[in-house]
Every structure is written in C-alpha cells, then in structure tokens.
Unconditional design. Structure first.
Length: 170
C-alpha cells in the first residue's frame, strides 16, 4: 500500500473548474520539502470540456515533471449550489483520470480531515491552514489560497501515510 522507506513525493491537488491548486511535497525521513506549488487557471470563456482538458493536460505535465509516488486529492464538499458542486466534481474527475492515466495512485481526503490533520480542528480557517502549511514546510506562504489548500492535502496525506505505516491507524 505505502512505501515504507526512502523518499516519497506526493502531488496534492485542490480541484476547481476555474482554479485548481497543486502542491508537490517530498518527504525524506519525516522531513518535508516543498518542490513546487501553484495554480492551474482555466479560461473563463472556454466551455467546461475545454476547462477539464486544461486541468487534465496540466496535471499530466506535473506528473511527468515530478514523478510523484502518490497523489492526494481533496474530496468535493457538499454545497448549497448543485451546479457548482457538479462542476467541482467534474474537475476532480479530470484530476483523478490524469493521475490514473499516468499510473499514479490517488488518495482522497475530506476537507475537515485535512484541516484536523494540520491544525487539530476540522473547522479551522484557511488562514490557520496556510500558516501551518508554511510552518511545516519551513517557508513563507507566498502562494495562492488554492495552492495552500493543495499543499495541505499533500501534507495531510503524508501524515496519514506515516500513521498507517507505523500502525497508529486502525
């Protein structure tokens, strides 16, 4: 299931139809290193199929560049707006297919689990999460909020992975 020794590279992704955040983190012996982070912005004038193609293509490119061992993707949160939730789900699907296409295993995490893993509270604010991400990576948070969320997903995955490897989880 999980690699238990050496280095592991995780691609964290916060999917969105207009802006998809990504973060690439390497863990070596419990030490985290930021390799890259940013956003994939789609053209607002494009139809949904073109936006999904942009997301798919960029995720595939990131995978080829960084060769992640695993990908961690934030799950769709339920929304009052069904149309927005559907578009978010479709963007998430494009991300998952891109990872599958490149043979990268995908792990999904609920937003509350990500926040709890980093901050200790499932309802933590985005500023708190961004602060903890920066602290854990030893850098200043000079990235977009979507990128910060993607890094949080990657770090939460590494926390879950470590706990599973060492038998902390049931």
């Amino acid at each position: 299931m999980f690699k238990t020794s050496g280095k592991v590279v995780v691609l964290g992704i916060d999917p969105g139809s207009r802006c998809t955040g990504y973060g690439v983190v390497r863990e070596t012996s419990g030490c985290l290193e930021l390799l890259d982070t940013g956003t994939i912005r789609t053209n607002g004038r494009d139809d949904l199929s073109m936006k999904l193609d942009t997301i798919f293509t960029r995720i595939c490119s990131l995978i080829r560049e960084y060769s992640p061992d695993q990908a961690a993707v934030e799950e769709v949160f339920t929304s009052k707006n069904a149309s927005s939730a559907l578009k978010l789900g479709q963007a998430r699907g494009a991300v998952i297919v891109a990872c599958s296409h490149q043979r990268v295993p995908v792990y999904s995490y609920e937003p509350t689990l990500v926040k709890k893993s980093l901050v200790g509270a499932g309802r933590a604010g985005k500023d708190q999460v961004a602060f903890m991400v920066a602290q854990m990576l030893g850098c200043r948070p000079n990235w977009a909020q979507d990128a910060s969320d993607a890094l949080a997903v990657a770090i939460a995955h590494l926390n879950q992975r470590r706990a599973a490897v060492f038998g902390v989880l049931t």
